[in-house]
Design a protein around this ligand. Sequence first.
Ligand SMILES: [Cu+2]
Length: 136
Amino acid sequence: MKTMNRRGWLAGLLLLGAATLLPACETDDGHDHDHGTTETFTVTAAFDEAAKVGKNTMTVTVKDSAGAAVSGAAVTVDPQMPMMGHGSIDTPVVTDNGDGTYKADPVTLQMSGKWVITVKASKGSGSGEATVDQTL
Ligand SMILES: [Cu+2]
């Protein structure tokens, strides 16, 4: 009798454990069917006006693999002069326009020569990157 009761109690405990674990698994599966995979965003970037030595602005566009605009992404713009091994004196501030485009300001290219601007965007499991070559 005692053994039966203990087994019953243990079985109940196991069921309780399974019941509490199950909803978490279902929520996780239902939330993201591509769990563990990544999506590639298409990232494009262009200067708003002809690039010059000094402060510029750029507009970045982010689209998902279906071509839909991606707003709310984390976007970074990093101008570098690879031949000289230095970057910009300013870190561009990126503002979300809310329509899949982002404004980067200032994109400061403080000297003439070859610049490579690396633009990265990520949101959730998606990410993308673009580089813009600009010689001044
Ligand atoms: Cu330089």
